[in-house]
Design a protein around this ligand. Structure first.
Ligand code: 5GP
Length: 174
């Protein structure tokens, strides 16, 4: 699979700069508050690891895993949570960290699912945003790069579980 045709979309340096920018905004917005960051497995793990190490405020972390069943690279709309958080979020400030927002279905579902537990606040940080592909009205609070259509791999993102380890983000060529 790693022989697939692909080109660098965002370099290590561009990613590092962007992560620092987002971390600085989050650190400013949550100063003096008790922040719990919830990463969506598996794709967000590298972005989340980089992001929390650039924060200048303390945070706690947890993870969820969302599966959406559909054909090929498309989300079906039916989202199933296959791993829950292990912390109580009632009355806490929550920031969900996701790799990429595409149709918006996964995050729209997850936000509703977590809000039922009555956090004090709940915001979303997405590393990439394919804004034009939305099927539901969903807006992330912090976005790294807004990109056009196209399938990307690397920096945690996979194609059939391959390529997550690549430090850059690549656009897969058809
Ligand atoms: P949504 O529910 O917003 O349509 O889908 C979000 C999920 O679809 C992401 O968490 C990611 O797993 C997957 N996804 C969407 N676009 C891409 C892409 O370009 N590359 C990869 N590797 N995954 C994607």
């Amino acid at each position: 699979m790693d022989e697939m045709r692909k080109e660098v979309l965002y370099s290590r340096a561009e990613i590092q700069k962007k992560v620092k920018e987002i971390a600085s905004r989050i650190s400013h917005d949550y100063a003096g508050r008790e922040l719990i960051i919830i990463g969506i497995l598996k794709g967000a793990f590298i972005f989340m690891a980089d992001l929390i190490r650039e924060l200048s405020i303390p945070c706690m972390i947890d993870f969820v895993r969302a599966a959406s069943y559909g054909a090929g690279q498309e989300t079906s709309g039916k989202v199933v949570m296959t791993k829950d958080i292990e912390t109580s979020i009632k009355g806490k400030d929550i920031l969900i960290v996701e790799d990429i927002v595409d149709t918006g279905l996964t995050l729209a579902y997850l936000v509703g699912w977590l809000k039922e537990r009555n956090p004090r606040s709940l915001k979303v940080c997405a590393f990439l945003d394919k804004r034009k592909r939305r099927k539901v009205d969903f807006e992330a609070d912090y976005v790294g790069f807004t990109m056009d259509d196209g399938f990307v791999v690397g920096y945690g993102l996979d194609f059939n579980e391959q390529s997550r380890y690549l430090p850059e983000v690549y656009l897969v060529k058809k």
